[in-house]
Structures are given as C-alpha cells and as structure tokens.
Design a protein around this ligand. Structure first.
Ligand SMILES: NC(=O)c1ccc[n+]([C@@H]2O[C@H](COP(=O)([O-])OP(=O)(O)OC[C@H]3O[C@@H](n4cnc5c(N)ncnc54)[C@H](OP(=O)(O)O)[C@@H]3O)[C@@H](O)[C@H]2O)c1
Length: 313
C-alpha cells in the first residue's frame, strides 16, 4: 500500500513507519523539516505540492499536532488546538481535491476526550465525553475542547469517497527513547515512581504492537468508520500501574508524591500535571466488538516485555 503519514516524524509516527515499512509498504512522511527521501515538506496549514502524495495513495494517517508534553499556558494550548485543527482541515482539503483519493483516512484523536472518572470505563457507546466534571482544574476542559474540535474538523471534511476513522488513542507504550514509557521508566528507576496524589486515577495505555495491529485492522475492515478507542482492555489505577512498572525494572522503592510535589516536578520537566492526575478509564469497545484481540492486554506482562526490550536496546 501507499501510505502517507502527516506528522509522522514523532513518537507514534516512528512506531507506525517502522512497522509498515518493514511489511513492505511504501510510506511517505509529511513534515515541516524533511530529512531523507521519504520525508516531504508541508507546513501543516496550507495546500502545497505535498498534496500530490495524497492523490493516488491508499491510506492517510494524520498524526500532526504540537506536543502535549508542555506547560498548559494559553499560548501553548492555542498552539495545541491550531496545529491539530489546521492540519486536519488541510489534509481533508487535499483528500477532497484528489482525483484518486485514499480509501481510508485515519485521523489521530485522543482518549483524553473522555471524562475524568473512576466509577466506570468509557467506551465509544456509553462513555462520557468530558468537559463538565466538577472538582477538576478549569483548564482541563480545554484539552477536551481541543479533542472535540479536532474530531469535528475531520467530520466536516467533504471526502465522500474516503472512509474516515478517528483514533481515540491512549498512551502508546514503546521502548523508544523520549517516549512516554521512557519518561515513566526513568522516574521508576530513580526510585521516584510511586503513586502521585494517592494514585487512584486510572491510566489507559496501549502496547506499540497492538497499536500497529489495530491500525492495520481498521485499514482492512471497510465496515468500520467514526471514532474508535485504541486502549488495552484493562486500564488500571496509577498506583498499580507504577507498581508493575517498578517491579518490571526490579526497583523496590517508589517514593509517593503529593499533588503539590507533582506540580513542582511537572514544572521542572516543562510538562503538565493533567497528564498525571486526570483519570483516564478508557476501554476498546468497538475494536473488541469487531473481533480484534490484544496481544498485550495486561500491563504487568506488557511492562515486562517493554523493559526487557529496553534493556536489550
Ligand atoms: N504518543 C501518544 O501516546 C499519543 C496518545 C494519544 C494521542 N496522541 C496524539 O497523536 C499524535 C502523535 O503523537 P506523538 O506522540 O507522535 O507526537 P509527537 O512526537 O509530538 O509528534 C507529533 C508530530 O506533529 C508534528 N507537528 C508538531 N507541531 C506541528 C505543527 N504546529 N504543525 C504541523 N505539524 C506539527 C511534528 O512533526 P514535524 O516537526 O516533523 O513537522 C511531530 O513529529 C499527536 O497529535 C498526539 O496528541 C499521542
């Protein structure tokens, strides 16, 4: 297949590109800073020569968006919104104008679209979209606003010959440097991987291999469209999630952190506590109903696999 991945130079793009290229597909990445023959320049906002790569392709997977690992200041939140909505809109324009549009457009979204909750899991059918929760910082609602506007930009695109899917993905876990598993592992190995703010908040995650398998499944299954959750079936409280990670690294100590300590740590890491404190309890309703099975359904075994591969690397 000819596969175009706008925003494919980041963490998730590296995982997808590696797997799809190894399978023999012809993969092209759209980036603002191209390096090498398979990377093509675009600005993420306006149509250009890059659109010719979309015309005649089989699949588009748009991953572009300013990293969410930053302080949630008004300018950063604005950049997170604009980069996602503008890139989705312009990918839709390119598909709409194509003489031979792709059969399927997978658009990244996020599991963060669901409400901060503890009582039950969010699937696509019964899940609660967030934004109205009480007792959480007001700015958390903006992340949900970003996710909704992002999905709406894809829905509004006039691409009648292209099937559209929005990937409501949880954190994608791979042993690569700089990814979320790497960051959490570093904390765990320093003895700092204890529960944060009590650790009741749920963590949703997906192993990189299942992420790639789910993408391939969704490409193949032409009866599926719309929003799909990409998350392992058993999200778990942060306290247990970190305990399993420490155990996989054989680190006996995991200092707990209060909310206030997390604020200081997030500030030092130029990140935001929403990424740690929001309860993300998301399950893969539509994937499971469609017959998808996970190779890595449980965090304990996934963490052992990821740490072993990280050690070997
Ligand atoms: N990582 C996860 O676990 C996860 C989970 C759920 C959802 N997501 C979402 O999936 C997408 C990819 O995630 P990721 O972890 O791979 O992110 P990433 O490592 O930050 O990469 C995102 C890519 O987007 C491009 N980009 C950044 N700012 C842009 C802008 N202003 N305009 C156009 N392109 C821009 C960058 O490409 P260039 O700099 O090369 O142009 C970058 O390689 C993101 O939208 C993220 O929110 C990620």
């Amino acid at each position: 297949m000819k596969i175009v991945i706008p925003g494919g130079t980041g963490q998730v793009g590296t995982i997808l590109d590696r797997a799809l290229t190894a399978e023999g597909h012809d993969v092209v990445l759209l980036t603002r800073s191209p390096r090498g023959g398979r990377q093509v320049h675009w600005d993420g906002r306006t149509l250009g020569d890059w659109a010719e790569r979309i015309d005649g392709s089989d699949v588009v997977v748009n991953l572009a968006g300013r990293s969410v690992s930053c302080r949630y200041t008004p300018p950063n939140l604005e950049a997170m919104m604009r980069s996602r909505v503008d890139s989705t809109r312009v990918v839709g324009e390119a598909i709409a104008r194509a003489t031979r549009p792709p059969a399927v457009w997978l658009q990244m979204s996020t599991a963060t679209i669901y409400a901060h909750r503890f009582d039950a899991a969010n699937d696509e059918h019964d899940g609660l979209i967030g934004g109205d929760e009480r007792g959480v910082p007001g700015y958390w609602a903006y992340s949900i606003e970003i996710a909704r506007t992002w999905e709406a930009a894809q829905e509004q695109a006039a691409t009648p010959r292209t099937r559209k899917l929005a990937l409501r993905s949880a954190m994608v876990m791979s042993p690569d440097r700089g990814g979320v598993f790497d960051v959490l592992s570093r904390l765990a190995r320093l003895g700092l991987g204890g529960p944060v703010a009590g650790g009741r908040q749920y963590v949703s995650w997906i192993h990189e291999h299942d992420f790639v398998r789910a993408v391939r499944f969704l490409i193949d299954r032409d009866d599926l469209a719309g929003a799909v959750n990409l998350a392992a079936p058993e999200p778990l409280p942060h306290r247990e999630f970190m305990r399993e990670l420490r155990s996989a690294w054989r680190m006996p100590v995991g200092l707990p952190a209060t909310r206030w300590m997390a604020e200081v740590g997030a500030f030092a890491m130029r990140s935001d506590t929403e990424l740690l404190l929001k309860s993300r309890r998301v399950t893969p309703g539509r994937l499971t109903d469609a017959g998808f099975t996970f190779h890595h359904p449980r965090w304990q075994a996934a963490a052992v696999d990821l740490t072993a591969r990280r050690r070997r690397a």
